[in-house]
Ligand binder design. Structure first.
Ligand code: PLP
Length: 408
């Protein structure tokens, strides 16, 4: 049942990029939390679209347009099924998580009033902070923050004390991209609903590892970027409960999102078109569906179990290096290892690793408030995917030891 080394070998053959060399060494790609690599099944799907049925959707009576429309809508149904969403029109195709959150925040900016409160977690990516600050500026609503502790866990007692009948919306990521910690979103959602607030969960970092059941979660909005789960860039999902999306004003006007247009009055189209103005990323949407098919053919439980082994091995070996500090130490984690070495700058470590062909992320990971909490400029972040190997963990550890020697 578990992924064997034979399975991993077969899986790696699906990813052309994993065969390349970087600075003379075999690539070790450990920046999966920023973007994942793309299997040939997904690349082929994009080539097939542009080679055989590239046409604008919904608008044409001609065969190509019908074929493209059909494939795009099939992809929407795949996304719907994957996340156990009640209705296909609750799946809005966007360019990704950032776009999805901005769409919701822009709508809320028109609905919120002075005195209304929004609650954000201390663990958020900038894309789940800045759009809400903009909405607060426009509406006069205010933003409260759920604090975190040193392990990277959110303070749920403090959260409860922030909730009130003034709370309109709570937003939090499912998994922190900077630390990899899995947040207790079930509790966060339940407590928000108890005071009548809606909840938006940023699922960008969770989706590659956890198959979320959005009906069971009873979440109001959920966002995903396809490029983090083996799909292409420039496509993602905004899920919204039907009644929430119907109440939300659209934030972009244009073609495809209208029912009727005259210079006196325009009426909006129904869901999902109300939020899909203009020509969407058609090839991307279809490839997003193919990426979900690909990952489901491996199975999310097997993916999560294997990645956990990679994380445990890497954590154990890294902890043996003197001067290493790991950030995000709570039990519930996806395969993200964020760390520093005492006295060394993360950027320098990252540069030396790159010379050895090892790709990690360094910096604040678009989550400056977390770095401020730890009073550090940034971290080195190694993030694993199911196509990484135990050998690659060893190469990372050897690389970090070498970097430490060279820098100290
Ligand atoms: C990657 C990421 C985002 C931003 O996603 P984009 O694809 O850049 O829009 C937001 N939140 C989290 C938790 C992420 O990991």
């Amino acid at each position: 049942m578990n992924l064997s080394s034979k399975d991993i070998e077969r899986i790696r053959n699906d990813f052309p990029i994993l065969n390349r060399k970087v600075n003379g060494s075999d690539l070790v790609y450990l920046d999966n939390a920023a973007t994942s690599q793309t299997p040939k099944q997904v690349i082929d799907c994009i080539v097939d679209y542009y080679s055989n049925y590239n046409a604008n959707i919904h608008r044409g009576v001609h065969s190509l347009s019908q074929q493209a429309t059909e494939a795009f809508e099939v992809a929407r149904k795949k996304v719907q099924q994957h996340f156990n969403i009640a209705h296909p029109e609750e799946v809005i195709f966007t360019s990704g998580t950032t776009h999805s959150i901005n769409a919701v925040a822009s709508g809320y900016a028109k609905l919120l009033n002075p005195g209304d409160e929004l609650i954000v977690s201390a663990l958020e990516h900038h894309s789940n902070i800045v759009p809400w600050q903009m909405a607060c500026e426009q509406s006069g609503a205010s933003l409260k923050v759920i604090p975190m502790d040193a392990s990277g866990a959110l303070d749920l007692k403090a959260y409860e004390s922030l909730l009130s009948d003034r709370t309109q919306l709570v937003f939090c990521n499912h998994v922190s991209n900077a630390l990899g910690v899995i947040n207790p979103i079930e509790t966060i959602i339940e407590k928000a609903h108890a005071v009548g607030a809606a909840v938006l969960i940023d699922g960008a970092q969770a989706a590659p590892h956890i198959k979320a059941d959005l009906q069971a979660l009873d979440v109001d909005f959920y966002t995903v970027s396809a490029h983090k789960l083996c799909g292409p860039t420039g496509i993602g999902m905004l899920y919204g409960k039907k009644e929430r999306l119907e109440a939300l004003p659209p934030y972009q006007g244009g073609g495809e999102m209208i029912a009727t247009v005259s210079f006196e009055k325009t009426t909006y189209a129904g869901l999902p078109h109300k939020f899909e103005a203009g020509t969407p990323n058609i090839a991307g949407g279809i490839a997003f569906g193919a990426a979900l098919d690909y990952m489901n053919s491996i199975g999310f439980e097997r993916i999560a179990a294997y990645e956990k082994q990679l994380l445990e091995l890497a954590t154990e070996k890294l902890s043996l290096i003197e001067g290493v500090e790991i950030y995000g130490t709570s039990e519930e984690k996806t395969a993200v290892l964020s760390f520093n070495i005492k006295g060394l700058h993360p950027y320098d470590i990252g540069s030396i690793l790159d010379q050895m062909g090892i790709a990690v992320r360094t910096g604040h990971h678009c989550a400056q408030p977390i770095m401020d909490f730890y009073q550090i400029p940034g971290t080195v972040r190694a993030s694993f995917s199911f196509y990484n190997t135990f050998d690659e963990v060893d190469r990372l550890i050897a690389g970090v030891i070498k970097a430490k020697e060279m820098l100290s």
